[in-house]
Design a protein around this ligand. Structure first.
Ligand code: GAL
Length: 711
């Protein structure tokens, strides 16, 4: 066993370096200053075990780091996992993969950060592929409780016997490892995000509705579609262009097609006048027809993709070529951001298109490292590009890695399973990444409604019609329901925006998986096993993670901010079980009161997605608008209070578009509801001191009781 020295890096954060890791790694590449002050405020909490319980062994040149595991312990995180939330008992091979159909750990964003519900987290900072054995291996010296069993006669036989160690196989060169303390699971996640520089705060318009038009659309077709949104009064903030806006695609030029977009600047400003931002689809591979091709060639890798260059964006010169071209042709005429596609290839997918792991790059990085890092490189480069001009961007990306919480990007996939999409949304919250359950098409109007309802309560409310040409009104019989939920998304914009501001400053994820909604793992387990109705079979919380019957993981519902809980419905279902955290809860649109700390069953006709609001919550809302207010527009503010108990709500406000909020130009406001001796509710709005020059987005304030219907 080798000695491993852990050094304290910040409050509740320790660092240990194993071997001689490559300088190219997510944390060093992102190079964000940790939010030391906010980390300090979380307290200098200890880890739930002593450092002596960690082991570092070498098998040949390969370092194996291992951690103690208790019998009940759940392991969450490791990025955008689609197949399960609790990874206990599984081996996670954390390689970037564009087609993550198998439950191997490979995915678009295989973040090597895991969170144990004992209240600690581990980040493996590497540009290589680590393997994490989440109690899926049993060492011969393991003195855990599991004995060998006879499969034929013993019902307790398990394919993956219980293990008392969690092993991490590190790359041969080693890695820098960070440990994060809790005490709670949500504290671990906050610490990780704060260590990575805090969360991202999107521009306000990014939280409106998004629509991507079909490939090969021209300027006229796009403008006509934009006008139709306005005529039908379906709110929309962003229109995305798909392949066809470039002069060449697969590989791309990053230059406008003269045929379809003869006057890009005029096009972008006409869209702006209608209140739409433009987002551009692109991928990393540069066409021989691109004007930057020749200059980029010596700065690119040994292998091409679709005949295009795969640039080495760890090089300053390559970054500058890309950025200058993008500023000149896109950002300077008002383009709001990008969809960074296909930066997630690897071997062994259905279509073999990516450069191999043995590709070489001028900086000395190899193909494996470049593939693991590509998503981060593009996200950082493009967000820096906008930051330089004091504008915020918000966009899409198909690959990511660790240390990504400050990046204004949302992940998406070509997969299309609604349940997996909601699970991915929940799982993303453990790893400092965001995910959209984008809607593309549906077999019938019921599925259309259920998918649209979910996407409206996600980090990016987007219809991606690139291949199917669908519109929000594609199923006319349910158009009113679709409009209602897009409108509700718009009305909740102040609430969503505030949830993101807390992500930015406190590291608290705006969307949260259920284990992040409880104080302790025990409370979570207990509540999950209590039902307010007769329905016991799936709620067995004894440790069945290894057994044939899997326990129900509450990965099909999530919190938004502190006070809203969303329980999506899936096609074919009329009702569902919902796990409610402690306290009282109200149906946001029904006004029905539920007692929390248990599982309840709700019916949800097609026109309803079950949303619950915490008793006492005060939710900031605004009237329906066709697009988000820009930096100078003002809109009325409405606070909705739920229940007859005292409560408090928060509101973050700034210009919604620039980085001036980082220089003090922002304001936090608090809604206080108290109950007087007669039992009457008293409302009061308080302001944080010292933000006198902050912009106010709101013209008037009203209060409402949110019971019954919010309409
Ligand atoms: C895919 C992407 C789709 C769409 C398409 C265009 O890679 O996931 O959303 O953009 O490319 O060719």
């Amino acid at each position: 066993m080798a000695a491993l020295i852990w050094q304290q890096h910040a409050s509740g954060v320790w660092r240990g370096t194993i071997g001689e890791p490559s300088v190219l790694s997510p944390v060093s590449w992102m190079n964000r200053e940790p939010k030391y002050e906010a980390l300090h405020q979380l307290g200098d909490m200890p880890l739930p075990f002593s450092m002596e319980e960690l082991r570092l062994d070498y098998v040949g040149a390969m370092p194996i780091l291992s951690f103690p595991l208790t019998e009940q312990e759940a392991i969450y995180g490791m990025g955008l996992q689609f197949a399960r939330m609790n990874q206990r008992g599984r081996t996670r091979f954390l390689r970037v993969n564009s087609d993550p159909k198998q439950d191997t750990g490979e995915t678009h964003a295989p973040v090597p950060f895991f969170v144990s519900d004992r209240g600690y987290g581990v980040l493996i900072d590497t540009s290589r592929v680590p393997t994490v054995y989440c109690g899926s291996t049993v060492h011969i010296d393991d003195n855990g409780p599991e004995a060998a069993r006879d499969r034929n006669t013993d019902k307790a036989w398990r394919a993956t016997p219980l293990s008392s160690r969690m092993e991490v196989r590190l790359p041969e060169e080693g890695a820098t490892v960070y440990l994060f303390s809790g005490p709670t699971v949500v504290d671990v996640v906050k610490r990780y995000n704060l260590f990575c520089g805090g969360g991202t705060l999107p521009p306000r318009w990014g939280l409106g509705f998004w629509h991507r038009v079909p490939k090969l659309y021209s300027d006229k077709m796009t403008l006509a579609e934009a006008r139709e949104f306005r005529e039908r009064a379906i709110p929309c903030d962003v229109i995305g262009l798909e392949p066809g806006w470039h002069s060449r695609s697969y590989p791309v030029t990053y230059e406008w097609s003269e045929e379809r977009f003869p006057d890009p600047s005029e096009f972008v400003s006409s869209m702006e006048q209608l209140g739409f931002r433009i987002n551009l689809w692109e991928h990393p591979y540069i066409s021989p027809d691109a004007s930057i091709f020749e200059a980029m060639k010596p700065l690119s890798g040994s292998h091409t993709v679709w005949g295009g260059l795969a640039p080495d964006y760890t090089l300053k010169a390559a970054q500058e070529l890309y950025m200058n071209q993008h500023i000149e042709q896109h950002a300077s005429i008002g383009v709001s951001g990008y969809k960074l596609d296909e930066c997630d290839g690897s071997e062994l997918t259905n279509h073999s298109w990516m450069f191999p792991a043995h590709a070489t790059f001028p900086s000395g990085a190899d193909g494996e490292q470049m593939r693991q890092m590509y998503g981060l490189l593009f996200q950082k480069m493009t967000s820096d590009l906008y930051r330089k001009h004091n504008r915020r961007t918000y966009g899409l990306v198909r690959a990511s890695n660790a240390a990504a919480s400050t990046l204004p990007y949302v992940l998406y996939s070509d997969l299309y399973d609604h349940k997996q999409f909601i699970r991915a949304l929940s799982n993303a919250s453990f790893s400092g990444i965001l995910w959209t359950p984008e809607v593309r098409k549906a077999d019938n109007s019921e599925e259309w409604v259920r998918r649209m309802q979910s996407v409206c309560f996600s980090p990016m409310a987007m219809l991606n019609a690139w291949g199917d040409g669908t519109k929000p009104w594609s199923f006319p019989e349910v158009e009113p329901i679709i409009r209602h939920y897009i409108e509700l998304r718009m009305r909740l914009l102040p609430y969503f925006y505030t949830a993101f501001a807390r992500y930015r400053f406190e590291g608290l994820p705006p969307f949260r998986a259920m284990p992040l909604a409880f104080e302790t793992a025990d409370q979570y387990r207990k509540a999950a096993s209590k039902t307010g109705f007769d329905h016991g079979e799936v709620l067995n919380t004894t440790d069945a993670a290894y057994g044939k019957q899997r326990i129900k993981e509450w990965d099909d519902q999530f919190l938004i901010g502190d006070d809203l809980l969303v329980a999506p419905m899936f096609s074919g279902e009329q009702g569902r079980d919902v796990l409610l955290p402690p306290g009282g809860w109200y149906g946001f649109e029904t006004g029905i009161r539920y007692e929390g700390d248990q599982v309840v069953h709700v019916q949800a006709p097609l026109e309803l997605i079950p949303i619950f609001v915490r008793e006492g919550a005060v939710i900031p809302m605004m009237p329906v608008r066709q697009h988000a207010p820009n930096g100078t527009e003002r809109t009325p503010l409405e606070w909705l209070h739920f229940g007859n108990v005292p409560g408090r709500g928060m509101l973050f406000d700034d210009d919604g578009e620039s980085f001036d909020y980082e220089r003090g130009k922002h304001i936090w406001q608090y809604a206080e509801v108290t109950v007087d001796e007669q039992g009457d509710l008293l409302f009061e709005m308080k302001e944080q001191a010292g933000a006198a020059d902050a912009v106010s987005s709101y013209s008037s304030v009203t209060w409402r009781l949110g019971l019954k219907s919010i309409n």
